[in-house]
Design a protein around this ligand. Structure first.
Ligand SMILES: [Fe+2]
Length: 373
């Protein structure tokens, strides 16, 4: 971490140097010696790259870095209690009762949680290091790691960016990917798979060891996590292709096109596992998980084995239906501002300072404003 901090400081000073150089007389004023040997001991590649990235590309990468930091923070909390704690994803020691309840959704749940967590950390580190390599400022949200950890046995006691203990989970992604006639980019709306989870506030991790019983309470917490995993990763699934349309540089486009589909792989997995969440009512708070294969649910909008996207309308209702990621409209419900809004409505930032939301919103507005060329 120390190394990163130093590197980002160097990157910042290098950037302001370049700005000044460019302001005075364009790239030609940068000395031949600098181009040959690099600046601050860094390779020449970085200098060339920093001149080639547009403000829009930097804005897109910086917003994605912020989102990956947030994802890493929340996935870390899930992994500490319900994943696999090892050298790849260190921290925490697991909660046996929570892990067991998650495994009702799939026997491999702990491995999937671990791997999703590792992926988000890798996305966060890569995008920030790439920004620094291009002379752009990486994103650091460490000063906002102020929220309390779960008090359940197995969680580390450290400051967090996100709150997983008062979630209001939008589960309309479930019916959105099952609809053959509607698309959010065409103004359509979608019913909730778990209506009572989309109102009220529910924990997705045990808040303390008191949450480990009764059985239907800890299972409801695991079910909530199962649907929350899908909510988070369908967000990334739309965010990357949406922002990719505003990218100018081919290498930056390659980054978005290479990371984005891994979010979709996560989403596909979580959509399958959420369908295994057992129907139940939490006796402590009345949260209901219905049988999605039975009336009034069931059918194409809810049937649990329809985990691949149903073909739907795209661009215009005059075209034949097509199997697609949805939404993907620039500035639409899959854009950067919409992502911050959705994460906020999810309850992830309950207890956070307004400053964090201001920082995220500022990054989001700039990312949505990016245009090719
Ligand atoms: Fe990610």
């Amino acid at each position: 971490m120390k190394h990163n901090a130093q590197q980002s400081k160097d990157a910042t000073s290098r950037r302001s140097f370049l700005r000044k150089g460019l302001a005075v007389g364009g790239a030609g004023t940068i000395g031949a010696g600098l181009l040959a040997n690099g600046f601050n001991g860094l390779p020449v590649f970085a200098e060339v790259g920093s001149a080639s990235l547009t403000r829009g590309d930097v804005a897109i990468l910086r917003f994605l870095a912020a989102i990956e930091i947030i994802e890493s923070d929340l996935w870390q909390q899930y992994n500490e209690l319900g994943g696999i704690q090892d050298s790849e994803v260190p921290g925490g020691s697991g909660s046996a009762a929570y892990t067991k309840a998650l495994q009702v959704l799939d026997g491999d749940m702990s491995q999937y949680i671990h791997d999703n967590t590792e992926d988000e950390f890798s996305h966060m580190r890569f995008i920030n290091e790439y920004l620094a390599s291009q002379g752009a400022e990486p994103v650091n949200l460490d000063r906002f790691r102020t929220l309390p950890s779960s008090r359940a046995t197995g969680a580390q006691q450290i400051g967090r960016l996100t709150n997983l203990m008062q979630l209001t989970v939008d589960t309309s992604w479930w019916s959105r990917y099952r609809s053959r006639t509607r698309n959010p980019d065409l103004g359509d709306t979608f019913p909730q798979a778990i209506p009572s989870l989309s109102t009220g506030k529910f924990p997705a991790i045990p808040r303390n060891d008191g949450d480990l019983t009764p059985a239907n309470h800890i299972q409801a917490i695991a079910n909530t996590a199962g649907f929350h995993f899908g909510f988070i990763e369908q967000g990334g699934t739309s965010l990357y292709p949406t922002l990719a349309q505003g990218v100018t540089n081919l290498e930056v486009l390659r980054i978005l096109l290479s990371i984005g589909p891994t979010e979709t792989q996560h989403f596909q997995t979580w959509q399958d596992k959420a369908g295994n969440a057992p129907a139940l009512t939490d006796p402590t708070n009345g949260l209901v998980f219905p049988n999605l294969n039975a009336s009034p649910f069931g059918g194409e909008d809810f049937q649990t084995n329809l985990i691949m996207p149903e073909p739907t309308v795209f661009l215009s209702r005059k075209f034949p239906t097509v199997s697609i990621i949805r939404p993907t409209e620039i500035g639409g419900s899959g854009g950067a501002v919409a992502t911050v809004r959705a994460f906020t409505a999810d309850g992830l930032f309950i207890g956070q300072s307004r400053e964090l939301l201001a920082v995220l919103s500022g990054l989001a507005v700039q990312a949505d404003a990016a245009r090719r060329g």
